[in-house]
Design a protein around this ligand. Structure first.
Ligand code: FAD
Ligand code: DLZ
Ligand code: SF4
Length: 509
């Protein structure tokens, strides 16, 4: 017979099938959810993100109560609230006198480190259970990584396809190829009838949270309203239905496209819900596979989507736990510039950055290519300190938790891990952005101009980045061709690039 447990459920663990709940007994154990200031301010999160989590936590507590759990819920404005997980667990121990503490492992190293102090601090057993919402355990990832020279996502992904049976035809990949990435790169045209993500009107519980967030975190980045996110599993399920019925079919083709007036394109906008636990990632993939099998979506869409979740999402988490805590310190290129102020305002003449940052401010969302090739690319080309870039991304997106944000930012977008995650930096000049978006048409800068007044800043910065970092990057076989192009340029042209870049960087400072 188990002893009486206090089960702490974190804000991104809002799943009734959570391992800590599966291990518990509603008649005996007590569930604890806490709104704590430290989680909202250790980086100053976007107002919408805080509101989303508090609203989703409050709705989830109600669901648990309706299911027969005894739930202790501490609101942020409780006068006794200590503001930290540790402080609130201590107070709850005083109230409930549990014989042990049970938690599902947290998503962040920082929180896990705090939990590991609890056994001694509270003189109680602390049970940290695996988070089985992920398909690959930390141990299984470590075993996969063991002895490999390179940790390429593609091979990991194939194993996950075999493990889950998703889009498999016996032991072969559906359609004969594992990966249809080359069919995910069409530029899009603005279309007035493009479907939008499912939006919800805040109910009374959510409105109370909005008032609380406006009051307590009014000076944080981002617009609180209009607030339209799903805040219950039921609403998130309906948002998934909406994606599958209206958007999935074209997700594949336009995955890499960007449009000024279409902030979401054919993306699912489900990461908030998946990461907080309102949707189960495997169940989402099974629904997408079923749509493909029913003829409602082409293979490049279904495969492209499933790859993001069982491939990238799992792989990124694996890297995080394999490499933390040192991973966060990575700065392979020794970048040390301060993050430009316009990342917090969107006030810049560069139309691509203005669009990506403005929508980030208004929606707490930008899609993958905006994060990677606009804000991420610019920060890397400009040589911004990766720790500052990391902090920005963790704060501004409603789907950001360190386990998923850090490797995407430090590794994939800034190359600060020296190439563990990607075989070369995702560096690009204005040409790439022009090809994949309609931003350049409305920009003060000329994307075709390489140097001098009016030239797109990405153009000189691109070459300057490669030259500035050549000691570290020249040996990379995937960059051999670009360095040959540089070497063949006339000395005057090279100098013009470097001078133009120096002017852009001076202005940033
Ligand atoms: P879709 O394009 O519809 O993709 C479907 C799902 O695939 C997403 O909901 C997400 O669960 C998953 N996914 C796709 N790409 C990735 C990826 N690279 N890593 C992990 N999961 C992925 N994702 C986050 O969830 N949180 C972050 O903090 C985050 N930070 C990022 C920072 C940078 C610099 C970059 C380049 C990417 C980041 N991503 C992050 C990954 C990706 O951009 C988002 O998951 C995606 O934009 C979410 O929007 P969506 O739900 O519409 O995704
Ligand atoms: C992001 C966040 C915020 C803003 N607030 C809370 C909170 O008040 N209570 C809580 O349990 N969780 C919150 N979270 C999510 C946590 O930061 C997240 O669970 C940890 O970082 C582990 O991933
Ligand atoms: Fe961005 Fe350059 Fe295009 Fe302007 S011209 S939108 S700065 S890529």
């Amino acid at each position: 017979m188990h002893s009486r447990s206090l089960i702490l459920i974190l804000g991104d663990q809002l799943s009734p099938a959570l391992s800590s709940l599966k291990a518990a007994d509603p008649a005996r154990d007590r569930v604890l959810l806490v709104e704590v200031a430290e989680e909202a301010t250790y980086v100053r999160h976007h107002k919408k993100k805080i509101a989303f989590l508090f609203a989703a936590m409050r709705h989830f507590a109600k669901v648990l109560e309706d299911d027969g759990w005894q739930v202790d819920y501490v609101t942020l404005d409780d006068p006794e609230n200590t503001g930290t997980f540790t402080g609130e667990v201590e107070r709850a121990i005083g109230r409930h006198k549990p014989e042990r503490i049970t938690v599902t492992e947290p998503g962040e190293w920082r929180v896990r480190a705090a939990m590991e102090t609890w056994k001694d601090r509270f003189d109680l057993p602390v049970e940290i259970l695996e988070d089985d919402r992920f398909l690959c355990t930390r141990d299984a990832f470590a075993a996969w990584a063991e002895g490999r020279k390179q940790l390429r996502m593609e091979y990991f992904y194939r194993d996950m396809r075999r493990q889950t049976g998703l889009l498999m035809d016996g032991d072969q990949p559906e359609g004969g190829k594992w990966n249809y990435d080359s069919e995910n790169r069409k530029p899009a045209k603005a279309d007035l009838f493009m479907p939008q993500p499912q939006r919800y009107t805040p109910d009374e519980t959510t409105r109370e949270v909005l008032a609380l967030v406006a009051d307590r975190f009014g000076d944080h980045f981002g617009d609180l309203e209009p607030f339209w996110f799903a805040v219950t599993a039921q609403q998130a399920e309906a948002a998934l239905d909406h994606f599958i019925d209206n958007l999935l079919a074209r997700f594949g083709d336009y995955q890499d496209a960007m449009l000024t007036d279409q902030r979401f394109l054919y993306h699912s906008v489900l990461s908030f819900y998946i990461n907080a636990g309102l949707l189960d990632p495997l169940a989402v993939c099974r629904r997408v596979e079923a749509a493909y099998r029913a003829g409602a979506a082409p293979l490049n869409a279904a495969e492209g989507f499933i790859r993001q979740i069982i491939g990238w999402r799992e792989y990124i988490r694996g890297i995080y736990w394999l490499k933390m805590p040192d991973y966060a310190e990575g700065n392979f290129l020794g970048a040390d510039r301060a993050l430009p102020g316009f990342y917090w305002t969107g006030e810049t003449d560069m139309a691509c950055l203005r669009a990506a940052i403005t929508q980030t401010k208004e929606e707490a969302y930008a899609h993958h290519i905006q994060r990677l090739m606009v804000t991420g690319n610019f920060a890397m080309l400009a040589g911004v300190d990766p720790a500052q870039v990391h902090e920005w991304y963790l704060a501004v997106y409603a789907d950001a938790y360190e386990w998923v944000e850090l490797p995407n930012v430090l590794g994939m977008s800034q190359f600060a891990d020296g190439g563990l995650l990607g075989s070369k930096p995702y560096a690009a000049s204005g040409n790439y952005i022009n090809k994949m978006s309609d931003y350049c048409g409305t920009c003060r800068f000329d994307v075709k101009r390489k140097t001098g007044d009016g030239a797109c800043p990405f153009n000189p910065l691109y070459w300057d980045f490669l030259v500035r970092n050549q000691e570290k990057l020249r040996g990379n076989p995937r960059l051999a061709q670009v360095y040959r192009t540089w070497d063949r340029m006339s000395a005057e042209k090279q100098q013009a690039y470097r001078e133009s870049a120096a002017r852009v960087l001076d202005e940033l400072d």
